[in-house]
Design a protein around this ligand. Sequence first.
Ligand SMILES: [Zn+2]
Length: 335
Amino acid sequence: MKRMALVTLLSLCFVMPVNSFALSNTARVPVLYYHPGVASSCDYANYASMAFAQDLELLYQQNPPIHVIPLYWLAEWALGQRDGSTLPDRVVAISTDDGPNDVWIDVDAGGAPCGGNRISFKRRIEEFRASHPELNLQWWEPHVSNFVIASPKVRQLMSGGPNAPQFWTDDWWAAANQSGFMEIHNHSIDHDMLEVTERTTDPVIGVDLVAAGYGTTGDWVGHGNWNKIDNYLSSQVEISYAASYINLKIAPAWPDLFAYPFYGPCGRFECSPGQTAVIDYLQNFQNEHGLLAAFTTKPEYVSRGSNRWMMGRFGWQADWTSSSGLQSILNGATW
Ligand SMILES: [Zn+2]
């Protein structure tokens, strides 16, 4: 009987992989991103946190489940700095862009179009965890990394000025970063936002904006165009000054990841020659920006062959607008 058990055990060892809890070196992993908030109507295609909640169900109902790991861990794995044996075998990472309060706070937006408070990403995570004890979720999952716009002045302008309700505050960044299931990362100092209509001083950070004005065009008006970040100084202000301010808010943590603003060739599309200044800056001034990796909005899977400064992401609304659309993205992954 003992011998029988031993034979059974040996044969099990033979047919089972050494470690089934491991991300393969040949995996191609989707990174997802959302723009939190509500557009024209209260449904999956227009209400980000509603889509997020349904997407979590879709991910964890796969057989076997797909785990939402911290984006930082995925970047480390892609760069060969983290062994796949420290990660689940089927994974995605999730991020949000721009840093509206909808990430962490149930926003009272006057009722329309979803009635009452909009449900935050934080509450969606908490509700998902509470409703799925059977999943035995790790402390860090499902995890969301949030790319925020650093400049307080620009975020105030985006809210409609100092006297309007503020929808882009930074008083929740520290709590989110300490929650275990969220992190705060870098989405530039000003996003070249259209709300900046003239050369504007950010008195908190101590620079003039938009930072593109420090580039060769000398254009201080926001156009939503990152092509204008075309030299050392404009790159430094957009990326490293942003990182320093975010660090002040989440200290001792440093925002290790960067996401290019949506508009501009290092966002959704390939970097043009004009963007080489940004890439040169990322490659050569790591002592200033302290970044591990940078993410585009180009819908490409992350693998161990990914470019450190051009890792792809798939966007809700941009690349999928329904559960079946997300399923197609998952079907294209390799684990
Ligand atoms: Zn953005």
